[in-house]
Design a protein around this ligand. Structure first.
Ligand code: 5GP
Ligand code: ZN
Length: 115
């Protein structure tokens, strides 16, 4: 999709530090990490957020969690623990309107997930 930052990253028009890629999924380091490990996992297909997920996307969305698990192992945080976040819509503060899952870990995150 034109003018979508993450579509541009998916299309390699904007560089990123890629940690995983396959035909449908790309994972790259967040440019402004909130923790020692902060990776964004995106669908290559442009979906704005969870609200746009359709039945036909169920296998893809399920596979994202297998990818997340593999990345967590590779990054050495599978056992220490980590948080997976996806912001969806205005109240979540979603900045980039292309479905993505944050993998955040590598330190104690605390229990708070909102203000
Ligand atoms: P959101 O608030 O939409 O859930 O999160 C968007 C995330 O994208 C933020 O954590 C932000 O740091 C990250 N981000 C914004 N622009 C870029 C960029 O150009 N490259 C990378 N790698 N991450 C970005
Ligand atoms: Zn997009």
């Amino acid at each position: 999709m034109e003018d979508c930052l993450f579509c541009k990253i998916v299309n390699k028009e904007i560089p990123s530090s890629i940690v995983y890629e396959d035909d449908e999924i790309l994972a790259f380091k967040d440019i402004n990490p909130a923790a020692p490990v902060h990776i964004l996992v995106v669908t290559k297909k442009h979906l704005e957020s969870i609200k746009n997920i359709k039945k036909e996307d169920e296998i893809l969305i399920g596979r994202i969690f297998t990818v997340i698990n593999n990345i967590a192992v590779e990054q050495g945080i599978a056992d220490s623990g980590y948080r997976v976040v996806t912001n969806s819509g205005r109240d979540s503060g979603q900045e980039v309107k292309h479905l993505h899952f944050h993998i955040i870990g590598g330190k104690e995150l605390g229990s708070k997930i909102c203000k």
